[in-house]
Design a binder for this molecule. Structure first.
Ligand SMILES: *[C@@H]1O[C@H](CO)[C@@H](O)[C@H](O)[C@H]1NC(C)=O
Ligand SMILES: *[C@@H]1O[C@H](CO)[C@@H](O)[C@H](O)[C@H]1NC(C)=O
Ligand SMILES: *[C@@H]1O[C@H](CO)[C@@H](O)[C@H](O)[C@H]1NC(C)=O
Length: 276
């Protein structure tokens, strides 16, 4: 009885009883370490059971719009990435468990280098290789940072079955970071990005890493702030497939060639073993 009385007298309980608002709990965090919550800093490839390192984190303390799917795609366009070639996706999605209570989740989106050509540049990447990334959001009930975890890697051309380049994890990450830091903009939105190194989160080396490519275990934490917006209340940039560009025709021919090569390669057994 006395326990009941004293708990009734506790300020917390009185707050609830009297319906006065409690001070807000600030749970905003740059990210929560996945490994200490049963997750992993490696993605999981269904075929090889190995993974790609989640080597870049977009901090949960970034401007909230950057952490949404559409907002991230706009930022990604500002730093050299775009959606995949005409919506085509080559290779199976990979999974990640960020320890946020959602368990294994498929990638939210996969983006490729656009070579400064928004409509068809990623088709060129699909053929000749380049930088690419997969995105996972840490937004489950046990670790709701809303941080985006990116698996970034530089990959080879379609002729080499899109395998990761030698040192492709470190190289891809560093290329993305150098494109991102400082001031960038796309479609009227200007961003300012800072980077810091996080070590001890991702194990160094090649163990469990897809294609047995060693990486240095450094995770880059990017904090992205929207600093200027030219257009307010306007629909976001939409890719116009009819946009006439001087390189349009050669690019379509390249894509057709790539599709032809892919379908030939797909009949060979090696193409299915751990291709991206
Ligand atoms: C991927 O998942 C499988 C189980 O489905 C597990 O055996 C394997 O260790 C995981 N790989 C990595 C890199 O976590
Ligand atoms: C950050 O990590 C990179 C390796 O990715 C290293 O070259 C650089 O010196 C590190 N910077 C700091 C400030 O520790
Ligand atoms: C991966 O590469 C390392 C050297 O970097 C080598 O010692 C190891 O045997 C390789 N593992 C596999 C499974 O190929």
């Amino acid at each position: 009885m006395s326990i009941l009385l004293s708990s009734l007298l506790s300020p917390l309980l009185w707050n609830i009883v009297l319906c006065t608002p409690l001070p807000p709990i600030d749970i905003r965090a740059p990210f929560f370490g996945p490994a200490e919550r049963g997750g992993s800093m490696l993605t999981n490839d269904t075929y090889s059971k190995l993974g790609e390192p989640l080597n870049v984190i977009i901090s949960g303390l970034s401007s909230p719009e950057v952490l949404t799917r559409q907002g991230f795609v706009n930022f990604a366009r500002a730093i050299g990435f775009s959606t995949e070639c005409m919506g085509m996706h080559i290779g199976a999605p990979q999974w990640a468990n960020l320890g946020d209570g959602h368990g294994r989740m498929a990638q939210m989106i996969e983006l490729r280098e656009h070579f400064n050509e928004m409509n068809f540049g990623t088709c060129v990447e699909t053929l000749v290789g380049g930088n690419h990334l997969r995105v996972y959001r840490q937004d489950g009930p046990r670790a709701q940072s809303n941080a985006l975890f990116l698996a970034v890697s530089q990959e080879e051309s379609i002729l080499r079955a899109h395998t990761i380049s030698p040192d492709g994890y470190n190289w891809g990450r560093d290329r993305l970071v150098s494109a991102a830091i400082g001031s960038t903009s796309f479609d009227g939105v200007t961003y300012f990005t800072t980077a810091e190194n996080i070590s001890g989160l991702l194990p160094t080396g090649w163990e469990n890493v897809n294609h047995n490519i060693s990486q240095d275990g450094v995770v880059k934490l990017l904090t992205v702030h929207v600093t200027e917006r030219l257009f307010v209340n306007r629909p976001a940039f939409v890719l116009n497939p009819l946009f006439v560009h001087p390189f349009l025709l050669p690019q379509i021919l390249l894509v057709a060639l790539g599709v032809a090569i892919t379908s030939r390669l797909a009949r060979r057994p090696f193409f299915n073993s751990g291709a991206e």
